[in-house]
Design a protein around this ligand. Structure first.
Ligand code: GLC
Length: 462
């Protein structure tokens, strides 16, 4: 039978879709793989908690020394610093009532030269921003308590002492790993000599998220970040924390744990689900071999994962008639926000998708290309959502409470149109029968959370 041109096109279109779907299979996690991921995550968490296995564990489970959740009565004015997300911010927070607080904040750029420069430059810059901020807001001489949200792995030796274990995300300042970050901040402030600050606590953004949600929802026991990086904090029994150092108050049976689950997989535990795209991202990153799970999930990498798949299929002639563009072929030029935008199009329409492809110089894309690009984005983002879900379900089952609220923050969770639903569905599938949970968007965990940790710390006789 002789096919006419249209039939031939249809046939080859069907084949292109088929090949792309076929090759994207490796990005789809099966339920069995998720079960295995949960099992391995728990193993690593327990290894992180135990003294003997902690040094070699990849999920370190750092003790935060935060032992009190907010009771809703925290009040007063606090300063906060927030370093480690998309922006560096200084904040002034006035906690008034459980549901009433005021927050003033200012974003300061951290140029790449500082992110990759010396620690002294970084902390001088932070101190300068802080000094300018307190002057601008005339709280210069109030000596307000400060909470420092420092979103990197810290070995904490108390609420106000944290030794940097490693840099993550885009940072790599010299002379900071192995040092007490609070001390570096205090030294920088002292070098200036024009402001006086009381650092009440140093904390992780996942801890801030948990605290911020717990302030209004007393059921919150887990805080999760899916932003530039990815991490989780949860409430653990002190008796399981062999590395708890110092005085243990017998009236306090729990402590928050900063899991640093972004490093899950650094020992090879995720190799059974990693793809060539993951290996390439890792290879070209500033921290090869590290933060393996984070590189499969978070905003710093998700767009690049999609780009690598799109590039591969373009070069194989399966997308854009085999014709790419300079921007498409350049590393880092497919932003994670594009994934969210492309997936925001109504089914069968490609308005956002075309905007993105136009920006990339791919005006020649057909509707079929758009559908396939969208499919690739869906595979990448669903895998990320499912990896996070495996971690959350594992934590919920480990905690074994009847009902748990999970506070979630971060740009990916906030802006991706389906992340919340994908997570809710997957977690439901894997939590033990009889346990109920809900996911709650956190209200500025890094800012309000820092004020709350500082407020809770002010209650303590130190
Ligand atoms: C990285 C950091 C971690 C932080 C997370 C989210 O994983 O190591 O401390 O919580 O990013 O910002």
């Amino acid at each position: 039978m002789i096919e006419n041109l249209e039939q031939q096109n249809l046939r080859s279109r069907g084949q292109t879709d088929f090949w792309i779907r076929e090759q994207c299979q490796e990005l789809i996690l099966s339920d069995r793989q998720i079960e295995e991921l949960m099992r391995r995550m728990i193993l690593e968490i327990n290894r992180g908690l135990r003294k003997e296995t902690h040094p070699a564990a990849d999920v370190k489970c750092f003790i935060t020394y935060v032992q009190d959740l907010p009771n809703g009565k925290e009040k007063g004015k606090f300063l906060a610093l927030d370093l480690g997300g998309t922006n560096f911010r200084v904040l002034l927070i006035h906690l008034k009532d459980e549901n009433d607080f005021e927050m003033l904040s200012k974003i300061y750029a951290i140029p790449q030269s500082i992110m990759l420069g010396s620690g002294e430059q970084l902390f001088d810059h932070i101190a300068e921003c802080l000094a300018n901020f307190v002057k601008e807001h005339s709280v210069y001489d109030e000596r307000l308590p400060l909470g420092f949200t420092f979103s990197f792995p810290l070995t904490q030796l108390g609420l106000t002492k944290g030794i940097l274990a490693r840099w993550t995300k885009g940072f790599n300042c010299s002379g900071v790993v192995g040092e007490d970050v609070v001390q570096l901040l205090k030294d920088a402030i002292a070098r200036r000599g024009d402001v006086s600050i009381t650092v009440m606590a140093i904390l992780n953004d996942s801890t801030g998220t948990l605290m911020s949600c717990a302030h209004s929802n007393h059921n919150c026991r887990i805080g999760v970040i899916i932003g530039t990086g990815s991490n989780a904090c949860y409430v653990e029994k002190v008796e399981n924390c062999e590395l708890f150092d110092g005085y243990m108050d017998p009236t306090k049976q729990h402590v928050l744990i900063n899991t640093e689950w972004g490093a899950f997989g650094d020992n090879g535990a995720l190799d059974f689900v990693r793809t060539e795209y993951d290996r390439e991202i890792d290879h070209f990153s500033i921290n090869p071999g590290r933060q393996i799970q984070e590189k499969m999930i978070s905003g710093m990498y998700m767009g690049e994962l999609a780009r690598l798949a799109i590039v591969k299929f373009t070069k194989a002639g399966l997308l854009f008639g085999g014709v790419g563009s300079d921007i498409l072929f350049k590393r880092g030029q497919f932003f994670t926000k594009y994934v969210s935008e492309i997936e925001s199009d109504k089914p069968g329409t490609y308005n956002y998708c075309r905007d993105v492809l136009d920006e990339l110089g791919l005006e020649h894309a057909t509707d079929e290309d758009c559908a396939n690009v969208r499919y690739i984005c869906e595979c990448v983002s669903s895998r990320a959502a499912h990896l996070v879900s495996a971690g959350i379900a594992a934590l919920i089952n480990k905690m074994d409470e009847k009902s748990v609220t999970v506070g979630v923050d971060g740009s990916v969770y906030r802006f991706h149109p389906k992340f919340h639903d994908l997570m809710t569905q997957k977690i439901r599938q894997f939590v033990k029968p009889g346990i109920s949970f809900d996911l709650m968007l956190s209200e500025d965990g890094s800012g309000r959370g820092a004020a709350l940790v500082a407020a809770v710390a002010c209650r303590e006789p130190h």
